[in-house]
Ligand binder design. Sequence first.
Ligand SMILES: *Cc1c(COP(=O)(O)O)cnc(C)c1O
Length: 372
Amino acid sequence: MLLLIPGPVQTRPEVRACMAEDIAPWDEDFRAEYAAMRPRIVKIAGGVEGRHVSLPLPGCGHMIIESAIRTFVPAGAKLLVVRNGGYAERLARLAETAGRVVVALDGPDHEPMAPERLARALAENPDCGHVALVVSETGTGIVNDPNILGPVIAAAGRRMICDAVSGFGALPFSIDAHPECDVVVFTSNKCLEGLPGFGFAVAPIARLEACRGQAGSWVMDLVDVYDHALKNGWGSFRFTPAVQALRAFGKAMEIYEAEGGQPARFARYSRNRDVMYAGLQALGFTPYVAPEHQGPIIVNVYQPVDPNWNLETFQRMMKARGVILSDFSSTKKPSMRFGCIGAIGEEDIRFALKQAEAVLQEMGVGQRAVAA
Ligand SMILES: *Cc1c(COP(=O)(O)O)cnc(C)c1O
C-alpha cells in the first residue's frame, strides 16, 4: 500500500523491521543507544551541543506541542497564535485548554502570514510574550517560514514556539540562528520517516533553566525531562517509552543522514510536489494554494463540484488500487490533500496520478475545476 497522507508516512523496510523485537528500555545497551541519539537530534535541528538539548516524549504530535506551550508559557500568560489553518486552530485550542490566554492573529488559509501583519499585531499586543506558529500548515500546504517571521518576533523582543511537526527535517531551520526561539517541536513519523510514537522538542538550555516549575503537569514538563537526564543520564527514561518506535527513529535518522540530510530531503519532496501539483492540474483539479505559496509537504486541491463526485468513494476506490489518501479536509471550502512526503519518489506520485485518472473516469467525474 502506498501512503500519500501527511503522516504517518510511508517508511522503509529497514525502519519497520526495528519494530519486530522485544527491547528493555532500561537495559544498559539500549540506554547507550538512546543516549547517542539525543545529540544527533539536536544537530538535525541546527542546535549546538552544550547550548541546546533534545527532549523526547512518547506520544503524538499534539502531546509534544502542548508540552512545549506548558513548559515555556506561564499559566495565565498571553500567547499570540498565528492562526491561518486547521492545525493552528488546534494549537490555539491546546493552549487555551491548558490555561494559557490565546490572542489569535487570523489570516487567509491559502497564503503564509505576512511579516508586516505579525509586526503590527505584536505592536498592538505588547503583553503577548510568545508567538506560536505552525511552520508547515498540513491542512493546506502553505509554509509560515520561521526564517522570515522569526526576525520579526526577535525585533519585537518576544519568544517563538514552532510547531514544525509536518515539515521538520525537510524545510531549512537552524535553532542556533534563532535566538528568539524557545522551542521547536516535531515527531518521529513525518519528514524524518520514522514510525509514529515519539515527539521531540529541541530547546536552548538557558531557556529551560528559566522556565522551571511552570508547566502545571509532571508528564508534559520538558524541564523535568531535562532535569531527569541531568540526574540519571541521557539514556534514561522517566516513564515507559514507545521503545521500538525510538529504535526505528534511530534507524530513520541513519537513513536521513546517508541521504544527505535536510537539503536532500527538501529536494526529493520538492520534486514529488512538482510532479503532484502539475499532475493534478493536468487532471483538471484547481489547486488550493498558488504555486508561489505552495510548500513541499502536501498539495491540496478543491474537491470537484460535479454531481458524481464523492470524496469517500474516491478515497475507497483509490485504496482498492493501492493508494491511501486522507478522507477529510480541514479547510473552509471542501478540498482534499495529497501527501508528498515519506519514503517515496516521483515514480510513486506518477503511479498515484494514473490511478486517480482511472478512478475519476470510473466515477464519471468530468467537471473537476472549481472557481476558487
Ligand atoms: C501531524 C501534525 C501534528 C501532530 O499530529 P498528531 O496526530 O498529534 O501526531 C501537529 N501539527 C502539525 C502541523 C502536523 O502536521
